[in-house]
Design a protein around this ligand. Sequence first.
Ligand code: HEC
Ligand code: HEC
Length: 210
Amino acid sequence: MPRTCLNFTITLIVLLFSATTAFAAKNAPHAAHINGGDPVAGKDKSMLCQSCHGEDGNSPSTEIPKLSGQYATYIQKQIRDFQSGFRKDPVVSEMAATLPNNQDMLDISAYFASQQPMKADEPVINQAGQDRFMKDGNGCVTCHELGGKGAGAGSPLAPLIGGQHKDYLVKQLKAFKKGERREVKGMMNMILGFMSDQDIEDVASYVSGL
Ligand code: HEC
Ligand code: HEC
């Protein structure tokens, strides 16, 4: 290779390298958020999932949870829980069974995690719900963070719930209350044990409006 050409090639490589590291640095928080999977591969692999959860993870049906911007680690845990029977749903347990390949599961969860975090169409004012969410001590905010964005100081495993569909939230909170859905440390089950149906309605309204 002639010298000028070689110099040019080296400059190009250096430029490309710094562009990639700048890109990586800018996207660093996202890289941690998506937990090792490949979101591009995940987009193609998740066609079936998108048919219910929405192309970008914003499900049109209020009974089907939004997955957009959800933590990949949380999505993976739920898929494993559906596979093992720790969490049960007639349809979703079958869906989870279609993902025996670990890489597919990582890629699909990375795809949904890399989408814009779910958000309410419009804010909801519910003072009782807000008070329950923000309560000192065992308030939801301890684990689900301000805005319901999840991974709070109380539990890094707490999911993003702000802007989630209200119908879905109510169903899950009632399932935790009845013990039909369990949380590993039993915290959600314990907290819900002290909440009335009206409390659930209020807090779900508030959270869905974030
Ligand atoms: C036929 C519609 C349908 C399809 C297809 C579907 N899901 Fe779901 N999914 C649901 C419903 C409904 C729920 C809520 C179940 C419940 O109420 O507990 C759910 C729940 C989930 C959850 C739990 C979310 C949370 O916030 O806890 C995850 C993760 C999930 N699905 C991933 C997937 C993946 C990955 C695929 C593709 C392999 C998929 N789903 C395909 C309907 C569907
Ligand atoms: C001690 C920590 C902690 C507190 C406090 C807490 N949560 Fe949770 N919550 C969790 C964890 C961890 C999970 C994930 C459970 C799992 O892995 O299935 C969860 C799951 C949920 C889910 C299911 C989300 C989904 O996508 O399916 C909802 C809804 C929820 N919490 C709402 C609340 C509300 C409302 C409060 C307050 C009344 C609250 N949580 C208080 C830790 C907490």
